[in-house]
Ligand binder design. Structure first.
Ligand code: WT7
Length: 674
């Protein structure tokens, strides 16, 4: 179990003490302009509607989708915590995202303006998408994929990623997208856990101006020989040489391009799994969060429409997330398409080939709604205002933020420099598990407070509670919980019912425990304060301390390891590892010039086991780790060291001299931060 935060919950990872006071002291308020409020999709009455009849409210949102068989029952909570929403209805996700718009005469509307990193482009209308998805669905069926089979998707951010997801959804085969930045080992674990029978990948993608390979990682993952994978479908993107396994490997262009462009979508039960997405938890093993069809799509379409105030016929929407994360599922693949939006999709990094690339794209496509992460905003702040100033950003009318708390300074910069001091900014709190946005201002209603996600959306019930599960009241801090089921809620952890109940539903019986600390201010607005468990947030991506520790101890030189998330100006948190070496490795580390070698080797090992996103910023070789008498590592003290603070209270340590030893060892250690 995680280290229980002593005293004030919510201060383990998030801002503490003075930092928190400064955050809450930000007094500026940004009410919506009367013009914006007058045209907004959602007005104040939405809160009243939802409060008056919560289930009726959600049923009405669900009926905005197209059902093959309408549902008669809204929520069955008798099997709590496993919810069943709209359970006797049947529908198809791809039909709702694509076909119904074509049938409504919108086939010529652009669904996706895609821009490759090297500058190549593709435009897909809804009619194009319907043909592409149908071809791909036919190809998947020809490769033996059936309703209910799992398909792993390991692709760069190219249109085929979305086509592949929708093709799976079209035949009712749950997809499991694995972010292209994860290693072969991480991919292997996920394929195995989901028992995927097909992998869809590419030869590679473009990153920072150069092709980067993907297929070798799939080959390496499958070389274990223990997965049920029968075929690997390979998109040609970079034309790199690839190793080929005849009989197993199939080119996308050979299987898909020639397939029939008509396909009858398979209507599935509302509770049929739509996808599995792995995310880090507090143990070493990632959790396969799974979402089902009807409830998830309801939450995706509704939140995307009201939070971003989407006008499908005039807006150009751009969410910068990769489809490897939940943001890319709900707010790239599903939400915008369900709502018939036109969106931008960009393959590459913000600084390739120049630091104004994003703003160039905003200008080029006339982007009106931009949704990104605080870490990106802070990076742009560092690069300077003159970069965005070179482009015309006047099309923008709503800005969104997601992934981690946004500091008021970044919020205000975002609104002023990117939004021309004119656009609402919505700070959206949610999680892989919640499926869609839960806490956020509504841009036409809420008087925005920089730094606070503020209020649960209409239909959502959230609270901040103390250790005993009682609401803390305004002005107090505690734990964020969700007190009523919602349609987009996870239905479980794939293959691990028990862990689902333990992780989310046992700490505060009857409530969903989000794992975040939060504070309610005097107005009752919610401020998110970071994780209270052993989960880190690096650049808006979730990483598990335990998972990285397991990776480190699987290295032959490592005896013990402890990992903490230390605050970082740009990435929010950064990975800092404390490692005790085995005796034979210590000798190595002591040799002149060898110490940094040890650190480099450990760092490379983490990249191999998990992926570049988990690479530690620093690895500190230490003689001991601080442990309580029951043997639990006190990460709080290590965080003090990593953040260069005076080490806190050590009285509960089994050996109170350990922290002195660590501090002494760090000065003059051969293996200081690299
Ligand atoms: C964790 C969920 C939601 C999609 C991206 C991350 C943190 C997320 C906010 C926000 C403060 C936030 C929380 C949460 N988080 N959005 N607006 N303000 N914190 O999804 O990987 O499942 O991570 O991200 O700590 O628990 P995820």
């Amino acid at each position: 179990m995680s280290e229980t935060p002593a005293g004030t919950p919510g201060t383990t990872a998030g801002p503490s003490g003075d930092a928190l006071e400064n955050l809450l002291a930000e007094g500026r308020r940004f009410p919506p302009s009367p013009e914006f409020a007058a045209q907004a999709n959602a007005g104040p009455d939405l809160y009243a509607d939802a409060a008056a009849d919560r289930l009726g409210f959600w049923a009405a949102r669900a009926r905005e989708l197209t059902w093959e068989t309408p549902f008669t029952e809204v929520l069955d909570w008798s099997g709590a915590p496993r919810a069943r929403w709209f359970a006797d209805g049947r529908l198809n996700a791809a039909y709702n995202a694509v076909d119904r718009h074509v049938e409504a005469g919108l086939g010529d509307r652009v669904a996706i303006h895609w821009e490759g990193e090297p500058g190549d482009t593709r435009t897909l209308t809804y009619a194009d998408l319907q043909r592409e998805v149908s071809r791909a669905a036919n190809a998947l069926e020809a490769l033996g994929v059936r309703t209910g089979d799992r398909v792993a998707i390991y692709l760069p951010l190219i249109p085929e990623a979305i086509v592949a997801m929708l093709a799976c959804a079209r035949i009712g085969a749950p997809h499991s997208v694995v972010f292209g930045g994860f290693s072969a080992e991480a991919l292997h674990t996920r394929i195995l856990d989901a028992e995927a029978s097909l992998v869809i990948t590419a030869d590679g993608g473009y990153r920072r101006g150069a092709p980067s390979a993907l297929k070798p990682a799939v080959d390496e993952a499958l070389a274990h020989g223990d997965t049920p994978v029968r075929h690997v479908l390979v998109v040609r993107r970079t034309a790199q040489d690839v190793d080929w396994t005849p009989g197993r490997d199939v080119w996308w262009h050979e299987a898909v391009d020639g397939a029939a462009d008509v396909h009858a979508p398979v209507a599935v039960e509302a509770e049929h799994p739509l996808f599995i997405l792995y995310t880090s938890g507090t143990t070493g093993k990632p959790k396969g969060i799974f979402h089902t069809t009807g409830g998830y799509l309801t939450q995706a379409a509704y939140t995307h429409s009201v939070v971003f105030d989407l006008k499908p016929d005039t807006d150009v929407y751009w969410c910068t997330a990769d489809v490897g994360w939940v943001t890319g599922h709900t707010y790239v693949a599903y939400g915008p398409l369900l709502n018939g939006a036109t969106q931008v999709l960009y393959e590459g990094t913000p600084d390739t080939p120049h630091k104004g690339r994003w703003w160039e794209l905003v200008q080029k496509y006339g982007v009106t709604i931009l949704y990104t992460a605080p870490t990106a905003i802070r990076t742009f702040m560092k690069w300077g205002e003159d970069v965005p100033a070179r482009f015309d950003l006047s099309s923008l009318r709503v800005l969104g933020s997601v992934g981690e708390p946004i500091n008021p300074e970044a919020w205000i910069w975002y609104r002023r420099v990117i939004g021309g001091d004119r656009t609402p900014v919505v700070d959206t709190w949610w999680q892989t598990e919640t499926g869609g946005i839960m806490i956020s201002p509504l841009p036409g209603v809420t008087r925005a407070k920089p730094g606070s996600a503020q209020v649960p959306l209409p239909g959502v019930s959230a609270e901040v509670v103390n250790e005993a599960g009682e609401p803390v009241g305004n002005g107090r801090g505690g734990y964020l919980v969700l007190t009523e089921p919602w349609p987009g809620m996870l239905r479980g952890i794939w293959g691990d019912e028990r862990r689902f109940a333990d992780t989310y539903w046992s700490r505060f019986p009857g409530f969903y425990f989000a794992g975040d600390g939060a504070k309610k201010d005097d107005d009752g607005d919610v401020w998110l304060l970071g994780r209270v468990d052993d989960v880190m947030n690096v650049s808006g991506h979730r990483l598990s301390t335990t998972e990285i520790e397991s990776a480190l101890v699987s290295h032959p030189w490592v005896a013990e390891a402890a990992v903490v998330g230390a605050s970082d100006e740009t990435t929010g948190q950064a990975v800092v590892a404390f490692v005790i070496l085995r005796a034979d490795a210590v000798e190595r580390a002591d040799e002149p010039g060898e110490g940094s070698d040890v650190v480099a080797s450990l760092r490379a090992h983490v990249v191999h086991e998990i992926g570049p996103i988990a690479k530690p910023r620093s690895i500190l070789i230490v003689p001991e780790l601080p442990k309580t008498r029951s043997g639990k590592i006190m990460r709080r003290l290590l965080r003090d060291v990593a953040e260069h603070r005076t080490v806190g209270d050590v009285t509960t340590l089994a050996d109170t001299s350990v922290m002195d030893m660590i501090s002494a060892g760090l000065h003059g250690s051969a293996a200081a931060p690299a």
